[in-house]
Design a protein around this ligand. Structure first.
Ligand code: GLN
Length: 332
């Protein structure tokens, strides 16, 4: 056991479990922040011009427990656009709007092993592979109910606010930047229209997708959103049920298999927790029943995951014994 982490308790079944003690969790987060603060590898995403303007030194780690205690270190109140992390929550709303079977008929749940923006569909079914890659996310977004573009956008914003616990907004420059440069996403939408996977209103679906990616959050918000999923869909701060509890399992399963792009398999192996990253450098991690973790650091590795984000999560999982399949007294 690493003594710096405090309470690493043996449970009745003999497995290791960590009960976060306020001072010890706080000191672990500070240690990890100091350890990786000066790590300089990785690059900012530049294909969306607005993202290239971020400061590569921004770095924060936040944890919220399922009883609503918040731990934060670094630039935890710095706003940034949520990007692909939004896909998790829009998937939840699509499930709520249509149920499992209909969503599954339009978007699969298989990891791709390809980059998040690959222009591919499943050969047989013509479905996009999963809701965490761009094609699948655009198809998922196109399922959101509403009488017109404004009602759909309002429903999305209200949904995000249930997870975050306060009002939020769309960053217009990022939205416009995505809209004018999103040619790959447009190509995917046309391909899916060709196969009848999304309906004809593709411009509306793409705009809504670009808007969801341009939602402004800070790292504490990410931790709150993750903690809401860890807490069976109920926001630990406000008590609001953000999504019916029955769909949290679906959301977490897809995150586990597909959330870290084409690093998802290795992530599952090393970290062992459902997670989702985005190209602005955010990562959310869910420890079911216990806590939500948010990390923000813009420089990305070659698979578009936050470099510091991945390192912090690997360490946190190891230090706190968080891997879902941990069963040994000591880890190798
Ligand atoms: N808005 C980005 C895109 O569509 C989101 C991608 C991401 O975070 N991986 O390319």
């Amino acid at each position: 056991m690493d003594m710096t982490t405090g309470e690493n308790l043996a449970s009745e079944s003999g497995t290791r479990s960590f009960r976060p003690q306020p001072h010890s969790l706080d000191s672990v987060l500070h240690q990890l922040h100091s350890k990786y603060q000066f790590l300089q590898s990785g690059n900012l995403a530049t294909y969306i011009p607005e993202l290239a303007k971020m400061d590569p030194n921004w770095f924060s780690i936040c944890v919220m427990t399922t009883d609503g205690k918040l731990f934060e270190v670094g630039d935890s109140r710095q706003l940034f656009t949520i990007q692909s992390i939004s896909k998790v929550f829009v998937h939840g709303l699509a499930l709520e709007d249509h149920g499992r079977d209909r969503v599954l008929s339009k978007v699969g749940v298989e990891p791709t092993g390809d980059a998040f923006n690959a222009i591919i569909l499943d050969e047989q079914s013509k479905r996009p592979y999963n809701p965490m890659v761009n094609a699948g996310a655009i198809a998922t977004t196109s399922l959101i109910k509403g009488k017109g573009a404004t009602e759909r956008l309002n429903r999305l914003l209200e949904m995000f606010e249930r997870y975050i616990g306060h009002e939020t907004f769309i960053d217009m420059p990022t939205f416009m930047s995505e809209r004018t440069t999103g040619h790959r996403n447009r190509a995917m939408a046309h391909l899916m229209l060709n196969f009848g996977m999304i309906d004809e209103k593709i411009d509306e679906a793409l705009d809504l997708y670009f808007q969801q990616c341009s939602l402004m959050v800070n790292c504490c918000d990410l931790a709150t959103m993750a903690a809401t999923l860890a807490n069976r869909g109920q926001n630990p701060l406000t008590g609001t049920q953000a999504v019916p509890a029955c769909y949290v399992r679906d959301m977490l399963s897809v995150m586990y298999a597909c959330g870290m792009y084409n690093y998802s398999g290795e992530w599952a192996y090393r970290v062992g927790l459902p997670a989702k990253s985005g190209v602005s450098g955010g990562v959310i991690v869910v420890v079911p029943g216990r806590m939500g973790i948010g990390i923000f650091s813009p420089p990305l590795d070659e698979r578009s995951n936050s470099v510091r984000g991945v390192k912090v999560c690997e360490d946190l999982s190891q230090l706190l014994g968080l891997h879902l399949f941990n069963c040994a007294e000591t880890e190798g």
